[in-house]
Ligand binder design. Structure first.
Ligand code: ADP
Ligand code: ADP
Length: 230
């Protein structure tokens, strides 16, 4: 089943280059998809469109069969269903304690206090940070901050989790932990989408790969198909 489908997306930043130059793709529900390409290929730009943070100049994005709409109510609904984890967790973590940070999303959704507490507890347990509730996030390690950011997204129970360069700022051990977490998320039925410049990582982790360069898709398919030499 196709969950996200794009048709001929184009996007040019104000005073900038053409970041997307006609991108058509499909993301299958429950897949582990990696968007792979060098710096500047347009990966982040594309990902930001999946939860409506950027709107294409031209083209269409369908989520669960329906074109994304850009009124406030539709965007709020879309952003609950498509969670976005930024490359740099410092941009995403906003509250003075881990608990308050993870609670931010569910509070924003208007959940009652009991449900918020449960969502926070479940999400922190999932990422292995139970007991961190009162800690100030900014004193945590890079890997721990990343997991706080992931917990904050999970607490909203999204169908899709989008990770922009999930391991870029992490040491190898934390990177490995985060990728295992992404595996578990996919095993539990969520759709997981990452961008990466790391072909090795995509090859090891993804079941579906999309190769991008200069705002275009060069190849897509299984990692074996996409990355084997012709
Ligand atoms: P990637 O994620 O693959 O590194 P990006 O989507 O970040 O690629 O960038 C695609 C192109 O758009 C690059 O040329 C980049 O410099 C440019 N770009 C990205 N963000 C902005 C921005 N906010 N303003 C202007 N140009 C941008
Ligand atoms: P990424 O590959 O994840 O976009 P970057 O380090 O390229 O990471 O970009 C970090 C931030 O800077 C992003 O918010 C991106 O939109 C912005 N950015 C990237 N390229 C440009 C650019 N040429 N001009 C202005 N902003 C940019």
């Amino acid at each position: 089943r196709t969950l996200i489908e794009t048709e001929n997306l184009t996007y040019t930043y104000p005073n900038g280059p053409a970041a997307l130059a006609g991108v058509s793709l499909r993301i299958e529900a429950g897949s582990k998809t990696a968007i792979v390409g060098p710096n500047g290929a347009g990966k982040s730009t594309l990902l930001l469109m999946f939860n409506g943070m950027l709107r294409p100049d031209r083209g269409e994005i369908r989520f669960a069969g329906r074109p994304i709409a850009y009124d406030n109510r539709s965007l709020r609904d879309l952003r609950r269903r498509v969670g976005f984890v930024f490359q740099n967790p410092d941009l995403q973590i906003i509250a003075p304690t881990v608990e308050a940070d993870v609670a931010f999303g569910p509070l924003n959704l208007g959940l009652p206090p009991d449900a918020v507490r449960k969502a926070v507890r479940d999400a922190l347990g999932y990422v292995g940070l139970q007991g961190y509730e009162r800690r100030p996030p900014h004193h945590l390690s890079g890997g721990e901050k990343k997991r706080v950011a992931i917990a904050g997204i999970l607490a909203m129970e999204p169908d899709v989790l989008v990770f922009d360069e999930p391991t870029n700022t992490l040491d190898p051990a934390s990177a490995e932990e985060v990728m295992e977490l992404l595996d578990e998320l996919a095993s539990s039925g969520r759709t997981v989408l990452i961008s990466t410049h790391d072909v090795e990582l995509a090859y090891r982790w993804a079941d579906s790969a999309i190769l991008m360069e200069r705002g275009r898709i060069l190849a897509r398919g299984s990692p074996e198909e996409v990355f084997s030499d012709p």
